[in-house]
Design a protein. Sequence first.
Length: 73
Amino acid sequence: LGIVYPEISEMQARAVFEAAAEVQAAGIKVRPEIMIPLVGFPKELELQIEVVHQVAARVQKERNVKLSYLVGT
């Protein structure tokens, strides 16, 4: 689904990273773990991981924060 509609993955990742940035700004240690579900092929996972990294970079730049996070399946 994320391959056909990458905007869904982007929206979900943005929500996670924006929430993490808010929690971190409140002084709470946070480390989100992003799980990519229902992956059939390695390339599919690679593409979805790249989407997550791109969104994380944008949110970190916009909010001027450094977030630690994990991505897996």
